[in-house]
Design a protein around this ligand. Sequence first.
Ligand code: NAD
Length: 496
Amino acid sequence: MAIATLLPATTAFIQRAPRMLIGAEWVEAADGQTMPLRNPATGEQLCVVPRATVDDVDRAVLAARQAFDDSPWSRTRPRERQNLLWKLADLMQRDAELLAQLECLNNGKSAAVAQVMDVQLAIDFLRYMAGWATKIEGSSVEVSVPLMPDQQFHSFIRREAVGVVGAIVAWNFPLLLACWKLGPALATGCTVVLKPADETPLTALKLAELVQEAGYPDGVFNVVTGTGITAGAALTHNPRVDKLTFTGSTAVGKEIGKIAMDSMTRVTLELGGKSPTIVMADADLGSAAAGAASAIFFNQGQVCCAGSRLYVQRKHFDNVVADIAGIANAMKLGSGLDTSVDMGPLISARQQERVWRYIEMGRESGATIACGGEQFGPGYFVKPTVIVDVDQQHSLVQEEIFGPVLVAIPFDDEADALRMANDSPYGLGASIWSNDLAAVHRMIPRIKSGSVWVNCHSALDPALPFGGYKMSGVGREMGYAAIEHYTELKSVLIKL
Ligand code: NAD
């Protein structure tokens, strides 16, 4: 066992009970209420953070509104926005280990993995978005204006920042999800109020310190810590917010979408998933099994696009499942600070209980637990689990479990695989494992999901739009698509 030593800065950050950033001020909640954060590996309390009231959220939105409408930020040039984002990324790089340790203590994930994945992906993404700041373009259009045939016109289309962004994120990749919102917002000149997940606000608060250090004007980035039901709802209903961007469950996303439609607030929703991993008979079965295991077990299965449904062509089904079960059985579970550990705890006792209910449901309905199917503590651990002998219509196959639980089903041919892969309310990602180029290209357009990976899974790049078909959401993050979602088009017609 090799336990990583906490940096003095990590311990100091937690011990000083971090506060929220509203405008230029680091503040407690208006009524002094706090909420406890727990270390998922032990269940012990880490620290407390403010539990924002509706008033706190309103003040944060007002600060963002003023910064957008009437501050030096509203006049910043693209080059300055580019340089500031790059500076922020540099500061995150400087503090990468600290950010990773905070993520580990607060979320349970491996500190070592968080440093090379969560933190590095967030930094790379901000640098990618810094590049877009200087490349936001409108166009000029030669118009006819049939009602005024004798006139001359000059006409152009401007792309303008959408305004104040209310961002609400989930707990599974706290820093990365926050940066997926922050990057395009700051590149385009928006201002932001971020409501991190109830369970995991620590890296968002550290990020806010770095935003200040980078030199952003006050009010450009505000963080309110609190519950979804109070702080999240207050942000969603605030009429001064121009755009809502949400990452979380489909149930909450649907509610936010309805509220946004009512006020015509712009909205993007990154929601749940139940992504299929399809292993064709011709695939390199060894790498397919390893890939399928990592597709579901990475981050304890708490990944929106986790490969949580496995479909294997029938003649290889037993072998591939046995290989994945072998990988799962060899995984060592423990604290994310232990560098020899392969899997950490789930985020909370509630999530452990939810995942456990699904495993029990499988057992009760006669499914076979091929491996795992155990939970333990202290901390919120569930062993990596593979379940077979399940019908395609079973809740285990149709519903998002959001834990290290894989359901595996055999298929007969390409059509059968496509039918089952698409038989889901969700459509976030899918992977195909095959070396048959023609089959792969036949399948890609027929899969109903926002991403398709071939011979890999959950491989993300800042330049590739990410988002869902069907119940997995509305809109896209990353790539130029994100810039489009943080801007409005304005058509201008000048009569000469
Ligand atoms: P959740 O919907 O319970 O919470 C997400 C966020 O919404 C939290 O900040 C929470 O406080 C807030 N919230 C809760 N109720 C609210 C309300 N009534 N009004 C406003 N805000 C409210 O989701 P979760 O359990 O934190 O996260 C897991 C879910 O997130 C999974 O379904 C997962 O698939 C999804 N997710 C999706 C993506 C993606 O990019 N598509 C990425 C990560 C996670």
